[in-house]
Ligand binder design. Structure first.
Ligand code: ZN
Length: 435
């Protein structure tokens, strides 16, 4: 293992030195073995010091996708021998063709332990029985996330998705204490339980571990979930598939995400012009990550596309030194309405705070913009019969006050918007013709 044991509790100076030491080996390895970086770095001096990393060009998902198209299946950034690939995941992603993700034995081992740091911080450990309800088919969220849960010392039940009747029976018969799933999955389960006349609280779960969507950062959504289910709901699973499937999670003391990989991932923040921002509390920008210990597909200065705010670099009440950040949204989910940046997470905050609404919503954009208004579809909560005109006026006023935009609100009946077991698409872009 290339990790520093207990890195989530280690002094940051020690972690900086450790990362630096790993980088001194990783830079030579990447230079020698990654054809993609040999091209990207032509004419650049590869810095010895991580503090000088900004001298190197950024790499993004489109470049990786193009590289896999030209050099299938793993792209010209496969730096290990093909025989050293021990595990392969495929991701359809939310856009475009499948990406192939390769892990060596050491890559997989590091991934499991870094993910376990996040799951442990959220309260999972020996004695727990956790049922894992993410899709196991090809996707990293299935099997590889399963390994992170196992690495905490908990007992793990590999359930996957679908067959909710069997899921409810399994939770009861195995004495399951925790569930790991997407934040939108409980809504699916609630429908099944309602048909069976079962109250979610009666399942006896004490911990809900979520990832994959930012909805949990919205206080209204989280408290609704906790009240309905009687468990503590935590985002224990934030990652970037091309980098590492889970490297950040909430602890029991606070709501920001502890960045758990200060030993093996070098983080940077950049502004919209790609200039590096200071790594200090309050900085907000796109998260850029560099592997300092990775065999198969090492990345250097990879743009994650996620906009994050570094909330604190001070030690947490839980004892962890791991810096705390919040994910504001996807750079490409950001909707600009008359010059104001709107993220789906802030729309979610507004929608879940209103008890007359179900909490489901969609932003349906027609054409390429620019947009003068925010086209927002929302749903009445179950059994609410307040006139839609009143709801529309109230939500419109909130949008003006909280988001500083004019919203064009459509109020739908309960159940009209699609519920999915995977990632729910909150921003839908339609061409002029489709509209
Ligand atoms: Zn903490």
């Amino acid at each position: 293992m290339r990790l520093l044991p207990g890195a989530d509790f280690a002094p940051l100076e020690e972690l900086d030195a450790y990362r630096q030491w790993l980088w001194s080996q990783q830079r030579d390895y990447v230079r020698e073995h990654s054809d993609l970086y040999r091209d990207v770095w032509t004419g650049h001096d590869v810095p010895e010091n991580l503090d000088d990393l900004a001298a190197l060009p950024l790499v993004d998902k489109d470049m990786l996708r193009a590289s896999q198209r030209e050099h299938p299946p793993f792209g010209a950034y496969l730096a290990s021998a093909p025989a050293d690939v021990r595990r392969v995941h495929r991701t359809g992603g939310t856009t475009g063709e499948a990406m192939n993700l390769a892990l060596s034995a050491a890559d997989a081992e590091d991934t499991a332990e870094v993910g376990a740091r996040a799951q442990r911080a959220s309260g999972l450990g020996p004695g727990d029985v956790v049922i894992h309800c993410l899709n196991y088919q090809l996707w990293m969220g299935g099997f590889t996330d399963h390994t992170t849960l196992e690495a905490t010392g908990a007992t793990v039940v590999p359930f996957g998705v679908g067959n909710t009747d069997l899921l409810v029976r399994t939770i009861r018969e195995l004495g399951v204490t925790a569930i790991s799933c997407t934040p939108s999955y409980p809504a699916v389960l609630e429908q099944v339980l309602a048909e069976q006349g079962v109250v979610p609280r009666d399942l006896g779960l004490r911990l809900g571990l979520f990832g994959g969507e930012a909805a949990l950062d919205v206080p209204g959504f989280r408290s609704r979930l906790e009240q309905t289910w009687g468990f503590a709901a935590r985002n224990s699973n934030y990652g970037v598939t091309d980098i590492m499937c889970n490297f950040a999670g909430q602890c029991e003391q606070q709501d920001a995400l502890h960045f758990m990989a200060m030993d093996v991932l070098h983080p940077e923040l950049i502004d919209s012009a790609a200039a590096v921002l200071p790594w200090k509390s309050g900085s907000s920008g796109e998260l850029v990550l560099t592997h300092v210990a990775r065999d198969c597909q090492p990345l250097v200065r990879f743009r994650t596309g996620d906009i994050v705010t570094l909330e604190s670099t001070e030690p947490c009440a839980c004892g962890r030194t791991a810096p705390r950040l919040r994910v504001t949204g996807r750079a490409d989910d950001m909707v600009v309405v008359r010059g104001v940046n709107v993220f789906p997470t802030s729309v979610a905050a507004l929608v879940t705070a209103d008890p007359a609404l179900s909490g489901e919503y969609r932003i349906v954009l027609r054409g390429d913009g620019p947009y003068d208004t925010l086209p927002l579809e929302i749903e009445r909560a179950r059994d609410v019969d307040e006139p839609w005109e009143d709801i529309r006026a109230r939500v419109g006023a909130r949008a003006r006050a909280d988001l500083r935009v004019t919203a064009e609100v459509s109020v739908l009946d309960f159940g009209a918007l699609p519920r999915t077991e995977g990632k729910t698409r909150r921003v839908v872009r339609m061409s002029e013709e489709e509209a």
